[in-house]
Design a binder for this molecule. Structure first.
Ligand code: DQA
Length: 144
């Protein structure tokens, strides 16, 4: 039994309420349920986190070094700005899958670049919250 951290960056606490045309009506509780439904049968556990603070995301990645075997991360806007999140992930040794609810490549050009992708073992974008299930499944596969 391994622990998978599911990390969520700024504004994702408003999932289901903010820009539903882009991000849909499902909430982070729905995301948590989805991830658990995938990880459970594979014999793994998930813990879901969300913060609007970059440093808090960095601290949880550091914590994951001891506490988790894999990471699913939607860094939200930090995807496009944060060398700190990239550096923290580079200090984590297990599988990392980056997920975006929307298809960032169909959107503004500033969303096309991801610092996190320099570390991620896989990237999922544009599959809605189902992307979290796919990302969790992939982490389970990589954990073996
Ligand atoms: C997002 C895409 C980012 O560009 C944006 O800043 C977000 C959410 C997504 O899940 O589609 O907050 O990561």
């Amino acid at each position: 039994m391994a622990m998978i951290y599911v990390l969520n960056g700024p504004n994702l606490n408003l999932l289901g309420k903010r820009q539903p045309d882009i991000y849909g009506h499902d909430t982070l509780e729905d995301v948590e349920r989805l991830c658990r439904e995938v990880a459970g049968p594979a014999g793994h556990e998930i813990k879901l986190f969300q913060s609007n603070w970059e440093g808090q995301i960095v601290d949880w990645i550091h914590e994951a070094r001891e506490a988790a075997a894999g990471i699913v991360i939607n860094p939200a806007a930090l995807t496009h700005t944060s060398v700190a999140v990239l550096d923290a992930l580079n200090a984590f040794e297990g599988p990392v899958i980056e997920i975006h609810i929307s298809n960032v490549h169909k959107r503004e050009s500033f969303r096309h670049h991801s610092y996190v992708s320099l570390r991620a073992d896989g990237v999922i974008a544009g599959c809605g919250i189902e992307g979290y299930a796919l990302a969790t499944k992939r982490v389970c596969t990589l954990l073996g």
